[in-house]
Ligand binder design. Structure first.
Ligand code: ZN
Length: 138
């Protein structure tokens, strides 16, 4: 285990997020590495000073539900922003697969239809994106 990985574990340990196996590996490394031992002592002292001197602010009873709602809203918004790109990629994969299958049958037709579908799908994606942006504005 590298010292950098151990120092990540130290930070997780101070947050109480290590399982027993990770804690054993951490303790084993700390007994052999003075640099990580020093890092652990600094972090432990800093953590203790923060706990002793910082008081968590009071939050209203509606804070957590509002925060959860905001997180859900942002996830939904992120999906809506990616949806046109996902649809465009999916339709591109379908169109490419169809072109590969039909290429040996009618190459000129495949090329013409491929170019046409590219422009049509790009136009549809752009219109879909504008439609989603209009929904966001409502
Ligand atoms: Zn180390």
């Amino acid at each position: 285990m590298t010292c950098q990985a151990v120092q990540e574990l130290i930070l997780e340990d101070l947050d109480g997020r290590l399982n027993e196996e990770q804690r054993i590996k951490l303790r084993s490394h700390l007994t052999q590495c003075s640099m990580c031992q020093s890092f652990w002592e600094v972090q432990r002292d800093l953590d203790a000073a923060l706990v002793a001197n910082c008081v968590a602010p009071e939050v209203s009873s509606t804070f957590r539900p509002k925060l959860a709602q905001k997180i859900r809203s942002e996830k939904k918004q992120a999906l809506e922003e990616w949806l046109p790109d996902i649809l465009h990629l999916g339709s591109g994969i379908v169109a490419t697969t169809a072109c590969v299958l039909w290429l040996s049958v009618a190459p000129a037709l495949v090329l013409t239809v491929g170019i046409a579908l590219t422009f049509v799908s790009y136009a549809l994606q752009t219109m879909f994106r504008f439609w989603l942006e209009d929904l966001e504005g409502l």
